[in-house]
Each structure stands twice: as structure tokens, then as C-alpha cells.
Design a protein around this ligand. Structure first.
Ligand code: ADP
Ligand code: ASP
Ligand code: MG
Length: 405
């Protein structure tokens, strides 16, 4: 008998009708003779609402308590879905992250899965239950509840698929697959029948919210076939796997990330060890910096510019203000009006024309580029935040022909 893992996101379980719809999809999969493990997200905007409730009390809530709070959203969905499946005559049981054996590290709000103790999952499957697991959560070695970072239910699903050696991991969402750009922004975006792990990982990391980037990383490591499909329309979605069908497509997609900020350190002394001092301190409080640029200034000083995730600014600025004197720079300037727009495709590196075509599209749309970074399979530009939607459309339409298979 084969095992299928099915994950349903927040919009797919947002109300009673949608829960019943999911119950029917899951029952159908089970009635075809498959073992089924279901992973659910919190209903609709529940996670945002819970975060907002804590924000009404303080700007700086305890990370441990935030995990205890946020994990409740998924518990509501899991128990409701189990009730729904039973009401249709199915056999089901809901499990929280810890009941399902998810053990993570202690990095609250962004924990990584260390292992899954799978006995309970296997026992429940042996009893012919449809097993419904809360996404996005686990416990650490102190038995405290942890969460895996926003969008982390995708990663919970792939982790179960890897642990139980599932045939595939289906990610049901509110769009019917992975598109060449967010279909809510770019009407001309095209659905991709297939995409490689590497390209999907870049797209997800660069802001295409449709999959949590760590879920793709894990699917690649354990060679799990992922499918992205709609919970509302019964049609083929997008398959994420090792090598996508060879086609002439040079570019796979365009993505944007509005949730970033930029910090400029002005007048950093041009002596060895300063960059090390600054970035090791930021790393010690788990602040990930994205791109780092260094520009030569005058009088033996230089400027260092770097980008970081939205939400990390206040702690980063605090650290920088603490070390300003000992590190010897003049000031740290925060800019939150910045976005990153990227194109992704395995063929980018070997094609010299791609970068200039992207820059031309932005120039024609009168969008100023502040910084550029590129790698083997992506080119990213940093621009003003209020222009990011326009930029995605402009770049997508410049590559219209390349984005057709
Ligand atoms: P879920 O709640 O099911 O996890 P998400 O909101 O996390 O759903 O992800 C689905 C959303 O991702 C879509 O509604 C879409 O707006 C957005 N998205 C961004 N980029 C893409 C893309 N390239 N292809 C498909 N969807 C995308
Ligand atoms: N409910 C969590 C979130 O909104 C996890 C998820 O949906 O994947 O981020
Ligand atoms: Mg999601």
C-alpha cells in the first residue's frame, strides 16, 4: 500500500465549507487504497490574528510564548478536520506536532526539525486511521513548543513524507500550481507543469510564497516528489522534482520579496577585522544578512551596505548602536523602503543577454536600481518598495517569450 502526504494551507481550511471540502479530498485518497497523512495550517488569517493580539500587549513578546500562542491555530484546523472526516464515516485522528514526534532545535519562531520520532504516526496508520498532523510546529528538547517559521507547514509535510518514505507529498493551496510569477500580480503568468528542486528553491527563497523554501530544500535532500495543486479545482498542478523536463526555457520565473530592509554603515574604518566584528555579532543573535556591498569612501573609510529580513531591524540597529564607537563607524542608516525583484532559471549564467534584458525592462519602466546581485541561477535587483509590483510585471513581460515552453 502506498502512503501519500497531503498538506492544506490556510485558505483551504478557512471555514466549515472548506474543511468539509478537504475532508472529501482526503477521504477519496484514502478510499483509493492509500494510507494518508494530512498536514494542516491554521485557518485563514488565524496566525496573523494571533500575532496581532500579542502586539496589542507589547512590541517585544517572548519568543517562547509566541510559539505557544501561534501553535494553537493549527490545532483548531487539525481537530476540526478530524471531526469532519469522522462525520463522513471515515476513521481519523488529529495529532499535535509533539504527539506526531516532531523534535526541533530551540530557535523559537524559526526552528529547524532535528528528527521525527515516527512510532506514533506509524501506530495510527497501522490502525487504519487517516492521521491529521498540525503543521508548522514541534517541541524542543526541553519539551517547549516551537514553530518552524512563517509558511512552515509545507516543511512539516515534506518532513513526514521523508520520515515515512511516502510516495509523494501533495501541497494543496489557493492557486493551481507554481506560476512564472505570482498569478495575483501578473495576469500573463503561466503555470509550470514541472520545475526542478533547485529552481523552485531559488524562487521560494526569493519571495515566491507558494512554497516554504525549507520544504523544497528537504524535498531535494530526500528526493521527495512534491506536487503543488489547488484544493478547489481538480486539475493537474506543478510537479517539483530532481530534473525538470528539458525544454528551451531559460527563465523559470520572476519573484519579489517586499519583506526586507537595508542598513548602510557610513564611515567604517578601512582596517582588517571590522567586518568580522560587525557580522559575527549580528550572526550571534541569528540575524541573517542577505547581500553585503562595500564601497570605498574617503579618508581611509568605507561604507558597508547590507540587507536583512523585515522584523530583524530593531535588534540589528540596537547591536550596531552598541558597537558604533568600538567599531569606529560614523552612523548606521536604516532604509525600509526597499524590495528585491529576481529572475530565476538554470540557463541564466550561460547567457550574457539575460541581465541586460532585465535592466532594460526596468529602465523602460523608469525604475531605478539601487543594488544588484547574481548567482548561477538568479539575478536580483534592489529597488524602491512601492515599485516592486510594477517591476515584476515589467520584467515578466520583457521575458514573455522566454517564459513560454
Ligand atoms: P497556503 O496558505 O496554501 O500555504 P500561501 O499563501 O502560503 O498559501 O501561498 C500561495 C500564494 O503564493 C498564492 O496565493 C500566490 O499569490 C502566491 N505566489 C507567489 N508567487 C507565486 C508563484 N510563482 N506561483 C504561484 N503562486 C505564487
Ligand atoms: N500558519 C502558519 C503561517 O501562517 C504556517 C503555515 O501556514 O504554513 O505562517
Ligand atoms: Mg504557505
Amino acid at each position: 500500500m502506498s502512503l501519500i502526504v497531503q498538506k492544506f494551507g490556510g485558505s483551504s481550511v478557512k471555514d466549515t465549507d472548506r474543511i468539509m471540502n478537504v475532508a472529501r479530498i482526503v477521504m477519496e485518497t484514502s478510499q483509493k487504497g492509500n494510507d494518508v497523512v494530512v498536514v494542516v495550517s491554521a485557518q485563514g488569517d488565524t496566525t496573523d490574528d494571533l500575532i496581532a493580539k500579542a502586539a496589542e500587549i507589547t512590541d517585544n513578546p517572548s519568543r517562547r510564548e509566541m510559539d505557544a500562542l501561534m501553535s494553537t491555530g493549527e490545532q483548531i484546523s487539525a481537530s476540526l478536520l478530524s471531526i469532519a472526516i469522522k462525520s463522513l464515516g471515515g476513521k481519523a485522528i488529529s495529532l499535535t506536532g509533539w504527539q506526531a514526534g516532531f523534535v526541533t532545535d530551540s530557535n523559537h519562531r524559526n526552528s529547524r526539525i532535528r528528527r521525527i520520532d515516527k512510532e506514533r504516526l506509524e501506530n495510527e496508520l497501522d490502525k487504519k486511521n487517516i492521521v491529521i498532523v498540525t503543521g508548522f510546529q514541534g517541541i524542543n528538547r526541553y519539551d517547549d513548543i516551537t514553530t518552524l517559521g512563517r509558511g512552515g507547514s509545507d516543511t512539516s509535510a515534506v518532513a513526514i513524507a521523508a520520515a515515512l518514505k511516502a510516495e509523494k507529498c501533495q501541497i494543496y493551496t489557493d492557486v493551481d500550481g507554481v506560476y512564472t510569477a505570482d498569478p495575483r500580480i501578473v495576469k500573463a503568468a503561466r503555470k509550470l507543469p514541472e520545475i526542478s528542486y533547485d529552481e523552485m528553491l531559488e524562487l521560494a527563497t526569493l519571495g515566491a510564497q507558494v512554497l516554504h523554501n525549507r520544504s523544497v530544500e528537504m524535498a531535494k535532500r530526500y528526493n521527495i516528489r512534491m506536487e503543488v495543486l489547488s484544493s478547489l479545482e481538480n486539475k493537474p498542478g506543478t510537479i517539483v522534482k530532481e530534473v525538470a523536463k528539458m525544454e528551451k526555457m531559460l527563465i523559470k520565473g520572476v519573484a519579489k520579496d517586499d519583506k526586507i530592509s537595508r542598513i548602510t554603515l557610513v564611515g567604517v574604518p578601512d582596517t582588517p577585522g571590522i567586518a568580522f566584528k560587525i557580522f559575527s555579532l549580528l550572526a550571534s543573535v541569528k540575524i541573517n544578512v542577505d547581500i553585503i556591498l562595500q564601497a570605498t569612501g574617503s579618508n581611509g573609510a568605507k561604507d558597508i551596505i547590507f540587507t536583512l529580513k523585515e522584523g530583524d531591524e530593531s535588534i540589528a540597529m540596537q547591536i550596531l548602536s552598541d558597537i558604533k564607537e568600538s567599531a569606529g563607524f560614523t552612523e548606521a542608516v536604516l532604509d525600509t523602503n526597499i524590495s528585491k525583484v529576481s529572475i530565476v532559471g538554470a540557463g541564466i549564467q550561460s547567457n550574457a543577454g539575460v541581465a541586460s534584458k532585465m535592466f532594460e525592462a526596468l529602465a523602460d519602466a523608469n525604475i531605478n536600481i539601487h543594488m544588484i546581485s547574481s548567482s548561477e541561477i538568479k539575478i536580483s535587483v534592489f529597488i524602491d518598495k512601492d515599485l516592486s509590483t510594477k517591476a515584476v510585471s515589467a520584467v515578466h513581460s520583457a521575458f514573455e517569450d522566454d517564459l513560454k515552453s
